[in-house]
Each structure stands twice: as C-alpha cells, then as structure tokens.
Design a protein around this ligand. Structure first.
Ligand code: PLP
Length: 439
C-alpha cells in the first residue's frame, strides 16, 4: 500500500498572525507545533510534549504551494548547503546570513562498483554525509536547532548524545557564539570524545548508557540548573528533527528531482528515518517530484535492534533493550520514534533488518574497497543491511536504491583497526620488498 500523501500534521492550514500570541517567534514557514498523536496544535515554543495527551510534538507548516517550478528554481539558485531548502524549514528567512556551520549538500555517490559486488543491476547510490562540517549527519539537525535556540533566547546549547551529536553541538555553538555543555556515555570511542571536546564547550561523561544520559537531561530541564538551556534533542527536538528532511530533499534534487525507489536508513532514535519520509511526502505534495511509491528500509545493529525485533515479531510496541554493539552512534535501547518507524516501514512496503558487529566491519571494508568511502560503524550497518536485504530478496536489485552513510570512519577507527594494518613492514631495500612477496 503506497499512501504517499502528506499527513494532516503538515497541512497548510495554520493560525493567522491575528491569533498568534504576543511575543511569538517567526521561523519561516513554520506555523505551529502539532501533536503527532492527537493533532492538537500549539504555538511555536521550546516544547516537545503535547499539553493534552503528552504525545510528541512536530512542526506544522504553511508551505509555499502552487508554483512548483518557481520553488524549484529558487532552491536551485540557493546556497550549496541545507539553507537552499529554507522555504521548507523552520528557520528565519535570512538564515544563510547568520553564523552557523552551514551543513548539507553532501555528495550522492553513484556506487557502480558496490552495485556489481552486491548484484544490483539498477542504480545504487551512497548518500555520503561524512562530508558535513563535523563529519556526521548530525550537523543538519543541529543547524536547525541553533536557529530555534536563538529565536527562543537560549544562551546555552546542550544535548544528550551517542557521540556525533555532542561534536555537532560543540561546533555549532562555537560558531554561533553560544555556550555549550553536552552529555555523553563515558565509554565512547576516542574519536567521538575528542571531537566533542575540541570546540571548547563543556563535555560531561555520564556513567551509564545513552538512555541513562537522556533521562538525566530530562531531569536537568526541569531543574533550575538547566534554566535557559536549549537541549537540541529534548526541548528543541521538534525543530532539530526537521533537519533530517534535508536528506530527502537533497537525494531527490541530486537524482534530478526524482524519488528513489528504495532507501536504506540507519535507526538510532528513529527520528532521521521518520523525517526523511516526511520530506519525501512534502516534495510530492508540493509537486517537486512525481507521486509514486517508494520503500523505506531501516537498519540496526543486532546488538541494539529493538525496532528490528519488533518489525520481525509483527509487534506495534518496541521493547527497550540494553545496547551491546560497536555501532555506538546507533546504540539507543529505547528509541523514541520506534513505533513511527514501524508504521513507515510497513506502510511503504519496506522492512527493518539488523546485522552483527562482524557484518558491520565487513561492510565498512566492502564500501571502502569498492567506492573509496570510509564509513563509520553506522555506515557499516546500512551497507550490511542492504546486502542482507538483497540476499533475502526483499530489496529489488533492479530498482534505484539510495544507501545512507551518516558518519566518518575516522571517528570509529577501533572497529577496523585490528583487521586493517600494513601489508608488510620492511627495511627500505628492494631485496626486502621482494622477500616480502610484493615485488
Ligand atoms: C544519530 C545518528 C543516526 C540516526 O539517529 P536518529 O536518532 O535515528 O535520528 C545515524 N547515524 C549516525 C552516524 C548518527 O550519529
């Protein structure tokens, strides 16, 4: 069943300026916050839970409908960053003029070598988000959250992070001239810890899992110690999450304003996957791409696969797990958007699958050896899951497929270091070279 229509939560009706509350902020086409469960609308503000049913809030828009060709031309004439899509994002109109990290417009790599290796006869592309300013997709979501933080008058930027988010927040706060204080599980990879600390903000390691870190941050928001703090993925989450839509926009624009048939997307909280779907539906509703079905596939590591387990078990409820995997950026045991991910995978005819840590390492090396792209463990998860889905016949090898690489392998060197060393270490003589069997 392909119900690629824009949900009521993104409809074009909105409060008029006449009934907007005094002191309300202006964030471009963003019209209100809307509950993803009951649809109740509330004014734009640093809120994340519905006042009526406690459901999660998302941004609802007044989007520029009517002139698809004009909008397409405006986007194409925009900057080579996510700000080319400012007319579709909750950001002020002059956003490109403000100090921000300006992420996005990363490469969409046509992966013919990988396709051959995987038996793909259609088009295979890798959307390589390691090219962002702090080398992960998180720069997209943080850039939007920074604009919301500014609009709401927050002076400190914060987050609970599995690693990449902490670095993205540190860098964006530095650029924006805001203070930052970020929280991570204490046992992350060195590459992630250093990246989170180097931008000069405060970095706090919490003795616990990501889910413990997240719980702690929720408490801090309600405490005087956290007053004036914008937590990008908690009280700014509705705005933050919208940043992932830009992946959908870019992929379609880079394919020549065309929807891919199949997308393979990693899942941590599941936010990215749900917002890529939202972005694709918006492009269809705006007439920027043709309305036809696409399938969304979610990818997890077996050591933290609560959404994949629920999908395979036919459940609607995602049962939390305690993560144990090298794919630490995806290690969220209690994913907030899990049930929405299940809906999208089922509605579009996709699936959610997982791979072992060993398969993750193999997939990182496969992508590096075939396409010259060094992915972090999350990229190993998507490539590994792509291979598994093809082998089991669930992903059609004849169609156009986009696989996401959301981070840089330099941040997770530990995963491949034990199996990626020099072929030989020799004295600097030709004899030694030949003796090593290389000449
Ligand atoms: C955060 C992250 C994701 C996905 O996160 P969601 O919480 O599902 O939006 C994917 N890949 C990497 C490398 C990440 O850091």
């Amino acid at each position: 069943m392909a119900v690629n229509t824009v949900a009521s939560t993104t409809d074009t009706t909105s409060a008029t300026s006449a009934d907007a509350p005094a002191g309300s902020v202006s964030l471009g086409p963003a019209a209100a916050l809307s509950c993803r469960e009951c649809g109740e609308r509330s004014p734009l503000g640093p809120d994340f839970a519905c006042g009526v049913c406690f459901g999660p809030l998302e941004v609802a828009y007044e989007l520029p409908t009517g002139d698809a060709e004009g909008l397409r031309r405006r986007i194409e004439a925009g900057p080579a960053s996510i700000w080319r899509y400012a007319p579709l994002l909750p950001v002020p109109e002059d956003v490109a003029a403000k100090p921000n990290t300006n992420p996005g417009f990363t490469k969409l790599v046509r992966a013919d070598n990988l396709a051959r290796e995987l038996g793909v006869t259609g088009e295979l592309h890798v959307k390589d988000d390691s090219g962002n300013p702090t080398h992960s997709f998180k720069d997209r979501v943080v850039a939007i959250a920074v604009e919301a933080a500014r609009a709401f008058g927050f002076t400190t930027l914060s987050c609970s992070s599995t690693g990449n988010l902490a670095g993205a927040v540190g860098a964006a706060a530095a650029r924006a001239g805001l203070r930052s204080c970020v929280f991570i599980p204490h046992d992350l990879e060195q590459g992630k810890v250093v990246m989170a600390a180097v931008y000069g903000g405060e970095l706090v390691g919490i003795e616990g899992t990501y889910d413990d870190v997240n719980r702690f941050c929720s408490e801090l928001i309600g405490d005087p110690a956290g007053e004036g703090w914008g937590f990008v993925n908690v009280n700014l989450r509705p705005y933050y999450a919208e940043g992932s839509k830009t992946l959908a926009y870019e992929i379609c624009e880079q394919l020549g304003w065309r929807l891919p048939d199949q997308l393979v997307i990693p899942i941590a909280s599941g936010s990215q996957l749900t917002k890529i779907d939202k972005g694709l539906r918006e492009l269809i509703a705006l007439g920027l791409v043709e309305d036809r079905p696409y399938k969304i596939f979610g990818a997890q590591a077996a050591g933290c696969s609560p959404v994949s387990q629920a999908f395979k078990g036919g459940h609607d409820v995602v049962r939390p797990v305690r993560p144990d995997t090298i794919a630490k950026s995806l290690a969220i045991g209690n994913p907030a958007d899990g049930p929405y991910v299940l809906d999208i995978a089922r509605r579009t005819g996709g699936a959610v699958e997982d791979v072992t840590d060993e398969q993750v390492v193999d997939a990182i090396k496969l992508l590096a050896r075939t396409e010259g792209i060094f992915a972090e463990t999350a990229g190993g998860v998507t490539v590994g899951v792509t291979r598994k889905l093809i082998e089991s016949g669930r992903l059609d090898p004849a169609l156009t497929t986009v696989v996401l690489n959301t981070g840089d392998g330099l941040k997770t060197l530990d995963a491949v270091a034990p199996s990626s060393g020099p072929t030989a270490v020799i004295r600097p003589t030709l004899d030694a070279f030949r003796d090593a069997g290389l000449g």
